[in-house]
Structures are given as C-alpha cells and as structure tokens.
Design a protein around this ligand. Sequence first.
Ligand code: NAD
Length: 542
Amino acid sequence: MANAFFNVPTPANEPVRAYVPGTKEHTDLINKYRELYNQPQIEVPLYIGGKEIKTDDKRPMSPPHDHQKILGYYNQGNGQHVEQAINAAMKAREAWANTPWEQRAAVFLRAAELLAGPFRDKMNAATMLAQSKNVFQAEIDAACEMIDFFRFNVQYMTDIYKDQPISSPGVWNRMEYRPLEGFVFALSPFNFTSICANLSASPALMGNVVVWKPAASQVYSAAVIMELFKEAGLPDGVINMVAVDGSTAGEVIFKHRDFAGIHFTGSTNVFRNLWKTMGENLDKYKSYPRIVGETGGKDFVVAHKSANAVEVATALSRGAFEYQGQKCSAASRAYIPSNLWNEVKDVLVQQVSSMKMGSPEDTSNFINAVIDKKAFTKISEYIEYIKSASDAEIVVGGHYDGSKGYFIEPTVCVTTNPKFKTLEEEIFGPVLTIYVYDENKYEETLHLVDETSEYALTGSIMATDRYAIELAVNILRNAAGNFYINDKPTGAVVGQQPFGGARGSGTNDKAGSAMNLIRWTSMRTIKETFVTPKDYKYPFLG
Ligand code: NAD
C-alpha cells in the first residue's frame, strides 16, 4: 500500500532525430531496416491472454514499395479467436482494474523509455517496411509520437484523478475514476503506428482491458508494439491483439454483453456503420458503450492575397505529399487567390518535380509507395477522372506504376469548378486539388471552403493581413478541429496540438489529451457524512 501522493515525471516531447546521412543514427536505422528485410520470414501470431496463437490461415506481409518481397506471414484469426480474446481480457480485468495507478503508469513510462532507446530503430524500421514511410515520417510517428502518447497520458491521467469535488461541513465528497465495466475494442488504421499503439494503450492506462484489431497492412509493426508492451511488463490479457476481418470482429464484439467501448481511428463510412451496428445491439449491453472515433478529412489550405507565395507553395508541398498524402490531416484542397497563383504554381511545380520517389531504404526519397493495391487502384482512378474532366487539369505529376511497388507521383491539379469531385471527397493519397479564386472574393471563398466538404478535421490560413486571419478564424470556426495559421495543416504534436475533428471527421475527443482519457473512465461519486441524522424532521416543520 502506497502511503503517498506521487508526482509523475514531467513529460516533454521526445526530440526528433534528423537522420542526416553519414551520422550514426542514420547508419544504425538503415542497418536495422536491412536486417529486418533480409532476415528469414517471420510469423506474427495472435496475442491472446499472453499466449502466441497460430492458426491455419497464413497471410503474407510485404512492403508496399516492394510487393513481391514476402517479409513473413501473419496468422489470421476467426470469430472463435475474437471470443477467446474477449474471455482473456475479461479474465485479466479484475487484477488490472485493481492495480494501483502508479503501477499502471510505470508500465507505460517504461514502454516510453524502451522505445526512446533499445526499441527505437526496430519500431521505425518496421514502420518503414510495413507502411512505406521515409525515415523522418517513421521517426515522428513510430518513435516520437508514440513516446509522447505514453508520457503525456500518464500526466493527464493524474490530472484527471486529482480533479475532485468540493466538500461541505461534516461531509467529504470524493470522485473515483473507475475503469469501464467490460472490455474496450481498439480498432486501428494502417497509417500511424503511434495511433495504433495509443488506441489500446490509453484505455489500458486508465485500468481497462482491451481487444485490439489492427489493419491487415499494419500487422507487421503491430507485432513490434506487442513486443514492446510485453517488455514493458504489461500483464497478460490486458491488451489482446487479433488479426481478423473487421466484420468478423464486429460480429462477435458488437453482440457481447461486456462490450464497454470502442476506440476507433479510420474512415468515416466504416465508423458510421459501426455506430449503426452498436445502436441496433444496444439492448444487449450492460452499459451504454463509449464511442470514440477519429475519422476522415478533406483538409484545406486557404491563402489570402497578402500571403507569401513561396511559403504557400512549401506548405502545400509538405502538407499534401508527406507520407504520400496518407495522413488524415493531409492538405488535399487549396484555395489560392488569383494574384498569387502564377508564383505559387511555379514554385509548387518546381518543388514537386524535384521530389524523388522510391524505397525508404534510399533516404533521398521523399515519396514512397501508397499502402496497398486497393489504395493504388482507388487513387489512380481519381487521377484518371481528373484527366478526363473538362474543368480540371493536372499541372504536375499524374503518373503511376504499380509493377514493383505501389508508386503514385505526387499530383497537383487545378480546377475551375468550386465543387469539383476531388475538392469534396477524401482520396487519401498524393493528390492535391487547387481552386483559384478571385482575389477580391476572399470572404465568399471562406464560406465556400466551409461548405464544400462533409469533413472538419484540419485546415490552415496563410496570410500576413491580420484582419484576413481574424475573418478566417471566425468563418471557419467549425470547418476544422485543428486550425493552423501560416503553417501546413499536418504534424500535430502530442501535448501541443491535441488532435481531432468534428462533423464527418469524428467525435473530436482529442487524442493526446485528458479529454480522450476521460472517455475510458466511469466516475463514481462518493459522499460520506460524518454525523448521520437520527430524526427525519427538518427545522421548518416547527
Ligand atoms: P479503414 O476505415 O479502412 O480501416 C480502419 C480499421 O477498421 C481497420 O482495422 C479495418 O480493418 C477496420 N474495418 C474496416 N471495415 C470494417 C468493418 N466493416 N467492421 C469492423 N472493422 C472494419 O481506414 P484505413 O484505410 O486503415 O485508414 C485510413 C482512414 O483513417 C482515412 O479515412 C483517414 O482519414 C482516417 N484516419 C483518421 C485519423 C484521425 O485522427 N482523424 C487518423 C488516421 C487515419
């Protein structure tokens, strides 16, 4: 029993390594990449109750930039495995829920230190291989963001626990932050290794048990996350990872009485369907499930006529094309004033044409492959649509080649139609659509931006005119959950820019903040009266 109120280590963002060629950190990481690439094929099991389970259904894992290379196989589970994972979680629940908070915190603080040190290269290299990220994109995601989630969430947890009600004379009021009464379903996307880890880690930190289903294309790095959790000392059964079809997982989980909440990041349509299914099954659950979902985006950059054209072009080059535009926050539509267009276009075309594309092993490549064949087909169909449209033209890029890897050139198109399809729909690839507006119609254009798509995740305004900035802040108040002034709309940092959007972009529970963690607790208010009345009569009765 701890007779003390502990302070936790003050969190700070993990410094981002630069990986300049020739440095030791660069050499070590590339060596780790080669080691993983060349090692004998691995097998990723299901992780249920601390056991590694193999199935008869083996599925290959390949780098998106080198799809004929087989890194190994993962074991695909079925409905029975999902049942087993739920049972293992429920079995672990009592011990974990009753574990003192400082012990839970220590597991994730240890995970942060392990990742900052001995696991760093492996987590980054696995993400480069499995999800085709360049060294820098891997570092800011798989190392730094994941470390930040672990460290900052420990601080936020204690901030929450410290939040207590007032008491009145003769009474002591207390607030207890209980884990949810059941298990949490973590359902993760392919694109951020850190998000995948956090979807299960943040409920677990708050004392919950978790069934985690990763995306098929992320299983390779998901296995490294499970290795990290084990090394950090997370008890068996607290987080159980099952690679299964989403619908198979849903079929079992959403009918289960102990289903207590879903922590989802992924596409909007999937989330809407999941919510409908939960609604249809509501009578089955012990409690109303907590529903947290961060979903798609159609993120914008608006330039005002006072903006600097080179800065606008650079924000677009980075914002639209880092990680091949496969960030929920990626700039995918831009509104450029007529006075700046020629210069923005020249700089943007020059910058984008200079981007090298290929394997992340060659760190001079800015662009790598898109995640899989399905994404490659979908994105190339959008490019063909643009090519065939009479009201749009491609100004740079537009080629793609899936023969060795799923490579799509960073592509910029300009349209004269303010409601052009690629200004409205999420493509989730390296395609940026630009609408050039009359420089004197700024306010109208802000309303256009607000009304053009169903999403509201990220967006930015580029301007030097303060009144123009203020107008954008006001008119676009509900158009983005993360709003940037004179910056690209990507690259949110835990603790600095809590992340999430509203409208079609999610429940906006802000990953990397106390707001997210509070969803994984169910509070109990305790009132203790020290001298209990012995007569029912109040004074007013005379
Ligand atoms: P996705 O929706 O295709 O998949 C997400 C997860 O849901 C995967 O594990 C998938 O297997 C599972 N799934 C798919 N269909 C299912 C079903 N019917 N039942 C149960 N599970 C199902 O998303 P993705 O392609 O992996 O990721 C890209 C999407 O995620 C984009 O839309 C992007 O904007 C979004 N995203 C949002 C954020 C954010 O913070 N808002 C962050 C990252 C990604």
